[in-house]
Ligand binder design. Sequence first.
Ligand code: NAD
Ligand code: USQ
Length: 396
Amino acid sequence: MRKIFVLGGDGFCGWPSALHLSNKGFDVTIIDNLSRRNIDNELGVMSLTPIATIQERIKAWEEISGKKIEFYNIDIAKEYTVFLDLILKKTPETIIHFAEQRAAPYSMKSSKHKRYTVDNNLNATNNVLCAIVDSGLDIHLVHLGTMGVYGYGTAGMKIPEGYLEVFMKTEDGKEVSSEILYPVNPGSIYHMTKTQDQLLFLYYNKNDKLKITDLHQGIVWGTHTAETKLDERLINRFDYDGDYGTVLNRFLMQAAIGYPLTVHGTGGQTRAFIHIQDSVKCIELAIKNPPKENEKVKIFNQATETHRVRDLANLISEMTGVEIQNVKNPRNEDAENELRVENKNFLELGLNPITLEKGLLKEVKEVAQKYTHRCNKEMIPCKSLWTSDTKTKVLI
Ligand code: NAD
Ligand code: USQ
């Protein structure tokens, strides 16, 4: 059986991916330090859906599917030798790396949160890369990156999949071309760590010939996948709070409880989206199509459609009758932007995208409705501000 490590396998994307891959016959080991659950404690909020402990999740999966998933509580940013020893013991063929602090608002809350996000994300990624080199094994690393590394303005062109061909003139007037990483333009400390991850990948690929796929994912929406629906104990996270909840799931949840949709500013921001079921499929496709020997880092845009925030709000308002409330934007971001994204790599590998029209908006709203009693309305507003002058200083 093909052995896979899922780093961050207790999280929103990692858990359904671990189940999907286990269902497809991979031998899955989850490594997670449960920091995301601790952050819920720090913020005083819970997933809208009642998520079971990782131990209960794994036990339930074994009962239902007859398949085993192992779990190790390791902080990959801090426990290097423990992590390396596990790689040497288990010899995985692929490592999928979801294990980072992933919320832009959380990363901007205070200097403490900025420093945590940078320390955690950069050390986690560097440790994974170092450990692969130290193991001497031929391991394919699949990393979950973000569309946000590119920034969101492209002067009308489609954002290419990672690389851009640039043309220059030499001193004697000859035209030469070169391929570079698409210029980065992060909008938060969190997004900035993802741009740094890209450089780590470029370097270890060049120097150590590591096989790496970096998936530049858009905003994930939805909560269920085929596997998480099988039993209540397998249910996935549903973040709705002002730090971790992402825009489309937040709007669907707000509609479910009749809370006016919190559109930031004019809602002119255009973003890329993907449903969680497609996200897990893309990960399987990436694993099955690793880079060849000496191939540069493979970069895929893992997004199926783009939408403007106010269009999403209007759609959900028409669907449910909920009001829209334009609130002052707590972020420092362009009020209006166009965004077009190239995603032919996954389409060519056979992805058949789930789009907003395919009826799943209703399903997500129904999930939210079922767990309304778990919602704490005070946690809905986005309170993390991007500008330092209005921020409370947190000293540690
Ligand atoms: P999540 O916070 O739900 O899950 C991340 C998991 O990693 C958590 O279970 C956490 O405990 C674990 N983790 C964090 N640091 C760790 C460490 N040092 N050692 C071990 N475990 C650690 O986040 P998610 O939504 O599942 O996102 C997973 C990845 O996908 C992230 O890297 C994120 O940048 C990327 N991504 C997410 C989205 C989205 O909309 N959720 C969109 C694009 C990209
Ligand atoms: N927004 C609102 N109202 C809200 C919440 C958000 O108008 O109530 C706006 C934000 O201002 C922003 C847009 O919606 O313009 C998207 O915000 P988001 O919180 O849904 O997404 P973002 O902060 O970009 O982060 C999420 C994930 C992150 C991932 C990223 C992919 O948390 O892990 O990397 O999406 S992407 O956006 O493509 O970079």
